[in-house]
Design a protein around this ligand. Structure first.
Ligand code: HEM
Length: 175
């Protein structure tokens, strides 16, 4: 899969986590059972964001539009689309949040919400226990990939602001 920042770091992420295009294929396989529940999950997510004063101000006045975007994002994870394009899209999303000045802790908290919610949701819509376990593994790994790439966009934004070149940052982070 493509990695515009540093191919080897993403390869290592895959090697260690076990994430592969098979995870996305599995998510596509269970999509018919899962996707009808994504709008309700998104409503719950935006209730949480609206209930916290720090996140509420960032979404005020555009909750409906953001919900549509969020459901589209979740659907993409279950779409069976080109894995490289799906991975690359997470970097674009990261850059959009950097540009919108959304603090990374909000994205981390949101991913935590999703990681806590998906296992229960999957268990409620899939009957085969082994499939629930496999699907849970696949979505958790996929969310981890998304968060890694979004976080990396924040780091890249910081580097750009400080005038640090990617090659130097890699050296600083591995010594
Ligand atoms: C799991 C975490 C999140 C995901 C996956 C996500 C996903 C997305 C996506 C797909 C977009 C559209 C990006 C584009 O136009 O290319 C977007 C935009 C946006 N998101 Fe999120 N989001 C997350 C968390 C948050 C949080 C916590 C907030 C605020 C508290 C937030 C606020 C926004 C805003 C304001 C935009 C619009 C940016 C703009 O175009 O002005 N997002 N998000």
């Amino acid at each position: 899969m493509a990695d515009s920042f540093n191919e080897s770091t993403f390869a290592t992420f895959q090697n260690v986590s076990g994430f592969s295009s098979e995870d996305l294929a599995l998510l596509a396989h269970i999509a018919p059972a899962v996707t009808p529940s994504l709008p309700k999950m998104t409503d719950l997510f935006y209730e949480r964001l609206s209930a916290d004063p720090a996140t509420a101000v960032m979404i005020e006045g555009r909750v409906d539009a953001l919900k549509t975007t969020h459901i589209a994002w979740l659907n993409e994870l279950f779409s069976g689309g080109d894995p490289q394009a799906i991975v690359a899209h997470q970097e674009v999303i990261g850059r959009a949040h950097v540009k919108a000045k959304i603090p990374p802790v909000f994205v981390a908290a949101s991913m935590s919400f999703l990681r806590a919610t998906f296992p229960y949701m999957l268990a409620s819509v899939i009957t085969d226990k082994a499939e629930v376990t496999a699907a849970t593994t696949a979505i958790l790994r996929t969310l981890d990939v998304a968060q890694y790439l979004i976080d990396r966009a924040y780091l890249q934004g910081l580097m750009d602001n400080l005038g640090i070149k990617p090659v130097l940052l890699n050296r600083l982070m591995t010594t």
